[in-house]
Design a protein around this ligand. Structure first.
Ligand SMILES: N[C@@H](CCOP(=O)(O)O)C(=O)O
Length: 496
């Protein structure tokens, strides 16, 4: 098979192999690695429909990670998708309320991030060996709630790595925070910041291109990588579940092979939905990718107007993982729809950095037809939770509820009856208080932990083992910093 190489969206440096891109996390010029071309599936959908999740993952991953051997990939897949997932299906599909929910929260941390962060540490360790790196890899991670815990779980105790997670001290759910600050493992560091996710992500990205810091890291035997979806090693495993959802519908006779379906995806950093876009580009029959935002509707405005404008009020919502105004992965989409022009992407990104906004040229705007933007207010999100519980006895978390609400509005407005998969990104247990308050205001007086039993009563399945004893677990991490202290914290942790 010919080698698939990866380029920086901003054109700097030479193309790199998949393992090099995964190891670096982000390109040296601050751009994101993108495949030089999106590979095409080389097996028929009918043949793919015969495969289980592991086999399917191999068939997708081998097309992107061409410098990994078959044995390396199969072993990594086997170790990633094992009994850490509470269902052998890995990503079950539930037909409820006129739609299909793709449940991606049956992994160890109860969020879709497990789908990629269970395998990324294995891919990274292989990459370290291939590169003969001889350095400790420091995984710098910014989180708005879910990535952080999934990354900690994936990298805790992994030889040759340290993981440092920055999260908004006042912008995640109680369960999300407790999941992170109780993380054990000598190579794990968790730091709250007095700022929002965008501050955390910008601080992390700046460190990746900070020459002085990089030189100090190098001298002391460290190298950075990333567990965020800016790392292509996060995105590729996410492509798999789009295929899995489609093929499950074919196997169940819900659709005919080749028929188009839509996906409604709750999105903040644009990584999840971009993985769906790659699946479509690979040949999966996807009609619309519905990009569902919460009250922080920067992506909705972008798709409606062609202008990206992050200069606006930032809201803390009941879907905190999507409280994001700088959607990193949009840069990759811009690269693809610009005809792979690093010059255009660099200009747009420079505008974003300098003025907080950019406007797409007309021809690029016309290339956005795969996507439909929509958003749900807090009240619409709560209403969706109530409505689906009442009609179908099915309990959604607030992120999933955003995607459901946006899909409903889109279907009505566009009169589009295409079978649809709502990507269900987190367990309702992670947001017990908000979920239950959406149903009955009396629950607003309780905390997340006190309400696990109530969630259990509402057919969400038994309280997951992963969070059963969370409330009483000892706190391991107490660091909190200002947003301009992130670099100093990293230097302190590494002793450089
Ligand atoms: N929703 C995320 C924010 C970071 O996104 P990522 O997909 O780039 O890791 C979170 O929960 O942290």
């Amino acid at each position: 098979m010919t080698q698939l190489l990866y380029h920086s969206t901003r054109g700097g440096g030479n193309p790199v192999t998949a393992s090099e891109a995964i190891l670096q996390g982000i390109a040296a010029d601050g751009g994101l690695y993108v495949p030089q071309s999106v590979p095409q599936i080389d097996l028929s959908l009918d043949r793919l429909a015969e495969l289980n999740y592991h086999q399917l993952a191999y068939e997708i991953l081998r097309l992107y990670l061409t410098d990994y051997s078959e044995e390396e990939l199969r072993r990594a897949i086997g170790r990633a998708y094992d009994e850490k997932f509470t269902t052998p299906e890995i990503a079950p599909l539930q037909k409820q309320a006129g739609v299909h929910f793709l449940e991606l929260f049956h992994g160890p941390t109860l969020a879709f991030k497990d789908m990629a962060l269970s395998i990324l540490p294995h891919l990274l360790q292989i990459a370290v060996k291939k590169a003969g790196l001889g350095k400790e890899v420091v995984i710098l991670t910014a989180t708005s709630g879910d990535t952080g815990k999934a990354a900690l779980e994936g990298f805790a105790g992994v030889d040759g790595t340290r993981i440092i997670v920055f999260f908004p001290e006042h912008g995640v759910s109680q369960v999300q925070k407790k999941q992170m600050v109780t993380q054990t493992g000598e190579n794990t560091y968790v730091v709250g910041i007095e700022g929002n996710f965008d501050d955390a992500q910008s601080g992390v990205k700046a460190m990746f291109t900070d020459k002085k810091l990089l030189s100090a890291m190098d001298k002391n035997g460290f190298a950075f990588s990333s567990a965020n979806s800016i790392n292509i090693g996060r995105l590729v495993p996410q492509v798999v579940y789009y295929f899995h959802a489609y093929l499950t519908l074919v196997s169940r006779g819900e659709i005919k092979s080749g028929e188009e379906i839509n996906f409604s995806v709750p999105t903040g950093n644009f990584g999840n939905i971009l993985a769906g876009h790659y699946a479509k580009q690979m040949g999966l029959p996807i009609g619309k990718l519905i990009c569902a935002s919460n009250k922080n509707k920067v992506l909705f405005d972008f798709f409606s107007s062609g202008t990206y404008d992050r200069k606006r009020e930032f809201f803390v919502t009941m879907s905190p993982s999507m409280d994001i105004l700088i959607s990193s992965n949009l840069e990759r989409l811009l690269y693809h729809i610009s005809g792979q022009s690093p010059g255009i992407v660099s200009d747009l990104m420079a505008n974003l950095a300098d003025t907080g906004q950019y406007r797409l040229p007309e021809n690029m705007q016309k290339s956005l037809t795969d996507f439909v933007g929509g958003y749900a207010t807090e009240e619409e999100t709560a209403q969706a939770i109530r409505q689906v519980l009442e009609s179908s006895d099915y309990l959604m978390d607030p992120h999933t509820a955003v995607a459901y609400s946006v899909w409903q509005k889109y279907r009505g407005e566009a009169d589009d009856q295409t079978p649809t998969v709502v990507v269900s990104t987190a367990s309702p247990y992670k947001f017990s208080k908000d979920v239950l308050t959406a149903i009955d205001a009396k629950f607003a007086d309780y905390d997340d932990f006190a309400l696990f039993k109530e969630v259990d009563k509402l057919s969400a399945g038994p309280i997951p083992q992963a969070i059963k004893d969370l409330q009483t677990k000892p706190v391991q991490h107490k660091r909190v910093c200002q947003k301009d202290e992130m670099r100093a914290i990293v230097e302190n942790i590494l002793g450089i």
